[in-house]
Design a binder for this molecule. Structure first.
Ligand SMILES: [Fe+2]
Length: 272
């Protein structure tokens, strides 16, 4: 249905064991922040929104590249296109800290896939989509589009997703993430068809994640020649509003530790 409707929902794509392993490792990494050379860490955009840095590398108990490859095969089966992986993220959101209303990403040839690890129910951060709206060519200035005003009510679907489910959709179609009342935790993947004008996103991974099957389908990882590769940066030029207090505490604690260790070493040298 991806080619006709622009969206597909697959129930129980991950099993309970995989979900449990992922959630406990994400819990662990989300409590550690980038400081003093630590790279297995998380970035907090505000006190209710967080991403795991370089998740393919940092998540060790489950191979995220293998999960992405399983989605890639699913996409190849359902469409006639050869996609390349162009993004892997792990996003944690609480209390609707990143509201998104109806919009189109006005880009053809890009598929976004989401696997729910927490939330995703109809009243807690599920996705709504306007069926067949991916086929339209939108004005370059267009972004927010209200399908109700456009008379597209009958084409709206509100996905009844649950933990473990996979959805994937054409980002050219009109879509929205519904309000996150409690917590929504997702694995987020992006696939590029090699023809889209959108730059291919950079996926950072280590060679330990490349399985034999991935090696034999290397198009999955490498975009066509001459494609512009864009790196994803999650950063802010100023201190984000609502930076969690625990981040300040973590920094203070570590700076103090480093400072006193250096001080003690100097004192010891001086004495001798
Ligand atoms: Fe979007």
């Amino acid at each position: 249905m991806i080619t006709k409707n622009g969206i597909e929902h697959i129930k129980n794509f991950l099993n309970n064991e995989q979900i449990k392993k992922l959630n406990s490792e994400i819990d662990e990494i989300s409590g550690s922040y980038l400081i003093n050379g630590v790279t297995r860490a998380s970035t907090w955009v505000n006190k209710n929104l967080c991403e795991i840095n370089s998740p393919v590398i940092n998540i060790k108990n489950i191979n995220l590249l293998e999960i992405a490859f399983k989605i890639y095969k699913e996409l190849n089966d359902k469409t006639s296109k050869k996609f390349t992986l162009s993004g892997v993220r792990v996003i944690i959101e609480k209390k609707n800290s990143h509201p998104i209303t109806w919009h189109t990403d006005k880009t053809k040839g890009v598929i976004r896939a989401i696997i729910y690890l927490k939330g995703g129910e109809e009243d807690n951060g599920n996705l709504s989509y306007v069926k067949e709206s991916h086929l339209k060519v939108y004005d370059p200035e267009a972004h927010k589009i209200d399908p109700v005003k456009e008379g597209l009510n009958e084409k709206i679907v509100s996905l009844n997703t649950e933990v473990g489910d996979l959805i994937y959709f054409d980002i050219n179609g009109i879509h929205k993430k519904n309000t996150v009342v409690r917590e929504r935790r997702v694995l987020f993947f992006e696939f590029h068809d090699g023809l889209s004008e959108k730059p291919v996103g950079q996926v950072i991974f280590d060679n330990s994640k490349i399985t034999h099957e991935i090696k034999s389908n290397i198009n999955f990882l490498f975009p066509e020649k001459n494609k512009i590769v864009k790196s994803y940066s999650i950063y802010s030029e100023s201190l984000p509003e609502d930076t969690p207090l625990k981040v300040f505490y973590y920094y203070l604690k570590n700076f103090n530790k480093i400072f006193f260790t250096k001080f003690k070493k100097k004192l010891f040298k001086f004495k001798n």
